[in-house]
Write a protein that binds this ligand. Structure first.
Ligand code: PXP
Length: 242
């Protein structure tokens, strides 16, 4: 099973100061060194984290699968076609949301999504649809002509106890349906070090897409060394003072 690492939050941290660090491309290469099989970024219409330049640099830099998450809008479609990532994941996008809240509305939005799939396919880009764990949405994704689906695990991650078991059953059913209709099948959203195992156990899954928990842990496991290096610099400078 592949692991695609989403580095959006590295850009979020950069945007907090509007400068140039941390650099998402450097984070991407460290993720690859750690074993990431893919790198994901979401180019949002408001460019709140990843921007056009990041996508361009990552496209040239990333030696593994580059997955571009995007809304099916004209502007972003044009950028996708020009950049040619290895795959695109179509997601719903709301300006006010903190993260992608639900799966695509593949019923209401069927026309826009179908059109986007066609445009991307014409450019040789594989397309995944980010959908809720619903067998009906899997069927609609197949009708639309997607190559893959990514089953939204956000509710599974948010729930506890019986609620979590119920959501897990929905995810498993959706995965099974997607495999039955011949779609490559991924899962993601809200997965962390405590809840990933039960999803990773699902047979037939092609990959998992994870961002927040990995970047959050990186801040903690890397902080000790970062402070030590700064202390060393300060101490060396103090000792060298005349
Ligand atoms: N998959 C999709 C389609 C997403 O939109 C996101 C969030 O950007 C993720 C996976 C990763 O979710 P998380 O950051 O909660 O791991």
């Amino acid at each position: 099973m592949i692991l695609g690492v989403n580095v959006d939050h590295v850009a979020t941290l950069r945007q907090a100061r509007g400068g140039s660090e941390p650099e998402p491309a450097m984070a991407a290469s460290l993720a690859v060194l750690g074993g990431a099989d893919g790198i994901t970024v979401h180019l949002r219409e408001d460019r709140r984290h990843i921007n056009d330049r990041d996508l361009d640099v990552l496209k040239r830099f990333v030696p593994v699968e580059l997955n571009l998450e995007m809304a099916a809008t004209k502007e972003i479609l044009r950028i996708a076609v020009n950049t040619r990532p290895d795959m695109v994941t179509l997601v719903p996008e709301k300006r006010q949301e903190l993260t992608t809240e639900g799966g695509l509305d593949v019923m209401q939005g069927k026309k826009a999504v179908s059109n986007a799939v066609k445009v991307l396919h014409d450019s040789g880009i594989r397309v995944s649809l980010f959908i809720n764990p619903s067998e009906a949405d899997v069927e609609r994704s197949r009708e639309i002509g997607a190559d893959m689906v990514e089953i939204h695990t956000g509710r599974y991650s948010d729930e506890k106890d019986e609620g979590r078991e119920r959501e897990l059953t929905r995810v498993i059913k959706a995965v099974k349906k997607a495999l039955d209709v011949g779609l490559l099948t991924n899962a993601g959203h809200g997965l962390n070090y405590y809840n990933v195992s039960r999803i990773a156990e699902i047979e037939g899954l092609r990959g998992l897409y994870i961002g927040h928990s990995i970047v959050s842990r990186a801040v903690l496991v890397g902080l000790e060394r970062a402070v030590r290096e700064m202390k060393d610099l300060i101490r060396t400078a103090e000792n060298g003072r005349i």
